[in-house]
Design a protein around this ligand. Structure first.
Ligand code: TGC
Length: 394
């Protein structure tokens, strides 16, 4: 299928012809995600964002599409390619970062943690239910004192007889108030370890964070862990040290590389359309050279960002992707998507700050995306370390 035949294709896709670079199954995943997001999320998202409403009734429908843990093999997951997963992230975030975050928290973080580091019993029990959306998971790494330096986490897990006892707090944890299980990372005598914590365990308390001006159509939470006592087999046996949670963050960062470009595309789509009918000085604003220069520059960054995402996706599918390459993609995609959103807003004039257009919502959401899964500064320093061999963190 060529780009031109793709339903509801954006103007940039026509100029770009991304689909000439994709396999038929990858286009199929993208089309499924675009149709789903445009049909079920787009009509309600402005209102949900306004009312701070996470439309959880969409979860079974998302699960039916096969998006939850879609890049994992077996255990009821689709076993799709990394590129297909990236395209689903792009199409979902083209509607709202909060919904791409939902897919990431489930598939890239909670399910990936069990898939990578769990026992066969843990995988067989949790993953099929999570793929069906029957059980929801969250991923507790970040703590109230900050997210950039998890090596200094304060949450502890202590072996007491045949049990583990967890104490501490986590913050900015997506989905925690709805989740059936939390992957909790805690410091033990042997360094950082991960635990599967059923959220109905006494001492586990999640509270949604209110007052957000970003990601308002999704849920982020505080978690308190007060003598949460778990059986010995709650531990993820194959994650030892910080490389455990970082292995999951790599997956989530990968999804963002594609997803942020979806938010950028939505801003560009909206502003190209509007530039043809918003009249200033007696003619459409899109007919002015300065506007066309802005549109051209934004399109260049979008296209370069998607090509970089595709290159990184092909490396991931080939098993050759490294940490610095993920940082290059995450840093570039979110930074450029934010610039595109801000530039798009200028062409909309005052109307650009209202919910009539998706631009301000995407801009606000992207501020969260810029911060979580490694800030710009963290990724600059990861890249700097790869370039110089010198570690700025220690
Ligand atoms: P260092 O302490 O020296 O290394 C520890 C171990 O980790 C390994 N490692 C990685 N492994 C896999 N992938 C990566 N990306 C890795 N980065 C480091 C490292 O090799 C070492 O392994 P080992 O076996 O020798 O013990 O740490 P470092 O100096 O390598 O890294 C420092 C730094 C700053 C890059 C790292 O701490 C970092 O990435 N910080 C940012 C953390 C971050 O992204 N936090 C935000 C998380 S977002 C969130 O929690 C919300 S969940 C989402 C939601 O619910 O919505």
């Amino acid at each position: 299928m060529s780009t031109a035949e793709f339903p509801d294709v954006s103007v940039m896709d026509e100029v770009f012809d991304l689909h000439a670079l994709l396999q038929p199954d990858e286009i199929e995943w993208a089309m499924k995600a675009r149709t789903f997001a445009q049909t079920h999320i787009r009509p309600v998202i402005e209102d949900d964002f306004d009312k701070k409403y996470f439309r959880k009734e969409l979860i079974p429908l998302i699960a039916e599409q096969g998006f939850l843990g879609m890049h994992l093999k077996g255990y009821g997951c689709a076993g799709a390619s990394a590129v297909s997963y990236g395209l689903v992230c792009l199409e979902t975030e083209a509607v709202d970062s909060g919904w791409r975050t939902f897919i990431s928290v489930m598939g890239s973080l909670a399910m990936s943690a069990i898939y990578k580091y769990g026992t066969e019993e843990q995988k067989n029990y949790w993953l099929p239910q999570m793929a069906k959306g029957e059980k929801l998971g969250c991923f507790g790494l970040t703590e109230p004192q900050g997210g950039s330096d998890p090596a200094n986490m304060l949450t502890t897990a202590t072996k007491v007889g045949d049990t583990w006892v967890i104490n501490g707090a986590k913050r900015w944890i997506g989905l925690a108030t709805l989740a059936d299980l939390a992957i909790i990372w805690a410091m033990t005598e042997d360094g950082v370890r991960g635990f599967i914590v059923p959220t109905d365990t006494p001492g586990f308390k999640a509270t949604a964070i209110d007052g957000k001006l970003s990601m308002r159509a999704s849920i982020q939470c505080e978690i308190e862990l007060d003598n949460v006592t778990l059986p010995a087999d709650a531990i993820l046996p194959n994650a030892k040290g910080l490389s455990g949670p970082f292995g999951c963050l790599n997956e989530a960062r990968y999804g963002i590389i594609w997803g942020a470009m979806g938010a950028a595309r939505a801003c560009l789509d909206a502003v190209i359309t509007r530039s043809k009918d918003r009249e200033v000085f007696g003619k459409p604003i899109g007919s002015f050279q300065l506007t066309q220069a802005k549109l051209a520059d934004m399109t260049l960054e979008y296209e370069k960002g998607v090509l970089l995402a595709l290159h990184i996706g092909r490396q991931k599918d080939a098993g050759t992707l490294n940490i610095a390459q993920i940082s290059v993609g995450k840093l570039n995609s979110v930074r450029e998507a934010l610039k595109i959103a801000r530039e798009a807003r200028t062409i909309l004039g005052g109307d650009g700050i209202t919910g009539e257009f998706p631009v301000m919502r995407h801009m606000a959401n992207l501020e969260s995306v810029r911060t979580y899964e490694g800030t710009d500064e963290i990724h600059q320093l990861v890249i700097g370390r790869a370039l110089t061999g010198l570690n700025a963190f220690s």
